[in-house]
Write a protein of this length. Structure first.
Length: 94
C-alpha cells in the first residue's frame, strides 16, 4: 500500500527530504515505519524520535492530521494513502 511521509523543521534537515512516498506492506504499523526509516533512510532516526516505546517530548507524530497519542500510539496500523507527519515541535499544527 502507498503512504506519504512528511518531515517538518529539524526532521526535514535531518532526513534531507521534506516528503517520501513509500510502498509498504498492508499490515504496517507506525512503529514499523519508524524502524524502516531508521534502517533504510537515516540511521539514528528512531533514537532521535523515541525514548524506548514513548515519543520523546516535544516531538509529535500525526497520521492524517491527528496526533497518534489519541489513537493506538506507535501500534497504530497504517492504511492506504495515509499521510504521516513527523514534527520536532508538539505545538505544530497543519
Amino acid at each position: 500500500m502507498k503512504i506519504k511521509v512528511r518531515f517538518i523543521l529539524d526532521y526535514y534537515k535531518y532526513i534531507g527530504k521534506f516528503e517520501l512516498n513509500l510502498d509498504v506492506p498492508n499490515d504496517f504499523r507506525l512503529i514499523d515505519l519508524i524502524d524502516y526509516i531508521d534502517k533504510n533512510i537515516k540511521n539514528g532516526f528512531k533514537e532521535k524520535l523515541l525514548n524506548g516505546s514513548e515519543i520523546k517530548y516535544p516531538n509529535m507524530i500525526l497520521i492524517n492530521g491527528r496526533r497518534v497519542e489519541f489513537s493506538n500510539n506507535l501500534n497504530t496500523e497504517l492504511n492506504e494513502n495515509d499521510e504521516i507527519t513527523f514534527s520536532p515541535l508538539a505545538y505544530f499544527a497543519l
